[in-house]
Design a protein. Sequence first.
Length: 283
Amino acid sequence: MLSSSEQKLINIMKNRRCKIPLETLISIIKTTAKEELLPRVAKVAKQKKADNSLLTEADIAIQKSIETQLKQLDDTILFLAEEMSVAEQNAILAQKEKAIWILDPLDGTTNFSVGIPYYAVSLALIENGETVLGIVYDPERDECFVAEKGQGAFLNKQALNLDSAVADLGDAVACIDLKRLPENMSMKLVKQQPFRSQRSFGGVALDWCWLAAARFDLYLHGKQNIWDYAAGLLIYTEAGGASCSLDGKPVYLPELSARAGIGASNSALFKKWTDWLNITTSL
């Protein structure tokens, strides 16, 4: 007999325009990651892109493989990935009446290129301008995070529900990327350090998923693009998390505008975190 979590996971497909079975999508992501990523960890040539981030042959190989497989299953869904031109990405996002896959073939490329085991493949489905499905797969730990709008979030088929008991900022572990924040905010964080301990892992998709799993308590990242956060943010939200950007508005926008991300492992802590950061939310 299926558990309630497994039954809820099976029900994910019922109200989606995309009728590809969820297990098929998960299999595509997991198999491609294992075949294209694991043999290449710390063994690939890398080059700098215009924004100074890295690109490896693994990014391209995964993107091509997943795009081909998804289009074979349903060629009516548009496909947008990080390693496409800005013009292509904007043209795809402008077609708001169509469903769109959003792929980050390798989130955490720098980690991957030097052998740090914190990277993932991230796939989201956008319908009517909102994220309705997210899959983030970590091949190093064989952890697959999944969420569908209104249906909850799961890690390897087990439900994620944020119920962290951490009540005070001073007891919290924070995941903070300092270099992309406004200088005054970075300096305030460095000098005052309102949390117990601070980490920075270098992979946005997994950051949101680990926050959803309460592996840390506070989150702050100053600049992430739609392919970075689309799937992970949905997973965190469906686990019960609240979020906003530095302007106090939602993180998600169905466009290429880079956004900051703020979150916490429970709603009371989120309020204290945004208050400390002097962010007035409109959520």
